[in-house]
Design a protein around this ligand. Sequence first.
Ligand SMILES: [Zn+2]
Length: 578
Amino acid sequence: MRQSQLFGRTVRETPADAEIPSHQLLIRAGLIRQLSSGLYTLLPLAQRSARKIEAVIREEMDRIGGQEINMPLVQPADLWRESGRYQQMAGKELLAFADHNGREHVLAMTHEEAVTSHARGEINSYRQLPLMVYQLKLKFRDELRPRAGLIRVREFTMKDAYSFHTSEEDLDAFYMRTYDAYARIFARCGVPATVVESDPGMIGGTAAHEFMHVTPSGEDRLILCPTGDYTANAEVAAFDKGRLDFGPTAEREEVATPDCETIDEVADFLGVPTAQTIKAVLYVADGEFVFAAIRGDLDVNEVKLANALGAVELRPATEEEIRAAGAEPGYASPIGLDDDVKVVADDSVEALANGVAGANRPGYHLRNVNYGRDFTATVVDIALAQDGHTCAVCGAALEAANGIEVGNIFKLGTKYSESMGATYLDATGRQQSLIMGCYGIGVGRLLAAAVEASHDDDGISFPVAIAPYEVHLVPVGKGAEVVEAADALYEQWSSEGYEVLYDDRKESPGVKFKDSDLIGLPLRVTLSQRTLGDDAYEVKCRWKADREIVPKDGFSPRTYLDEAWAHMIDIPAPVSPD
Ligand SMILES: [Zn+2]
């Protein structure tokens, strides 16, 4: 490719709204352009890189027996009503609209409904199972706050795969094969990825894992044990809350706590640790008032709480709503609420003896509150794991980190097959619901993660496996012989099958080198009057600091590209065939 003709110019200034390196560099290097909020065009360099990523994904999906299909982006709303997700999400992340016949449609954000509807028609016997289909397909998600370049967008290409099974055991086995295939995909794209337990969220199902690229630029919060025995998304992370001994159960008493409205003030005033207090956090979940109680030194994890309630929408309750439920804002107590108020207690409260809780009366608290004797609730884990909490597996101090989610895998079970009636006949001729898994990878986000994983102050440093081109051929100086030599090399290397970006622009050496570092192809070969006079080229590998002068005779880009491949992160062994 002659760079003079390349669609997509480099940009010197960092875009004002770009906060993370991949967003800044993808724009500055001329790889992406924003068309509108959350809507990006991949320019030729990014598109070439994306196609390489897609090729890697295809190979690994095919290796585990995937069959590629292609389902429509535009889908009838009725299909999404069958699964129940239209009611849940239309007008939010799910963009719904009517066609000119007035028929309601949606732009698919995932394809569980479509693939399940096809499974109804194509699968009827256990003999056809297991099987997996996948596609590389546009999705649309009407994000409220698109951000971070290709990380959180509204329209994106995703590899989504769906597997069908006759038993949970078979799904488990295939889930692990996908897990291994994913590890290879991310390594082959040069992106170190950590697997974490995650929240099935709006996809639903029984278990889910995310593949995270750990980086401060990530917007997902992770909880990791430094020993490596526990990793989870903070949304679902568990930890050891300990069991604190505050003596034998004592009689409950009301005490005046003037001007104490926060947990710290109350604990201070009464001379008890915050871990001996019971904090009330009040919500409205899908229109219903909810009283959440948690040990005073912990915070409520709203994802866990929403999951425990089966709620779609959770928001803090207003003072009016709190009073209407019979509670006193600032002094709310699980004791003495209206009978129909839903109370959810973290298991830390169940384990707490002689706690301090609000008295539902301004200026007063209750001492020696004990779960079971004084109040009851739905007891679940609703606590937010944080940096420094104790690992439930080994007792080490957990650490918080940030990550970019590059892929996810879900055990759907029968969530969609039951609601949509997708069944097969088992060996005894009985009708059974299909057991399903689904598996996603965002292509653009993976490209962004690769840039996050591999860049420096000067620009991107592409892993060779997904670099838009392998070689940057950069003649400098004005001499006709330099241009002739560069033209000849461009022809020769292109005909030998190398992917060459040829900087044939009339720019200064400084500009060309800056752009070359910014775009970050693995190998740069510079021609100048001086080096040609010495029968040599100047060679620079993007990941190394030094340039080398190399004799022209016997020079081959292959030597350096082999080195670039060796520089990739370790790739796990392929998954063995079934
Ligand atoms: Zn641990």
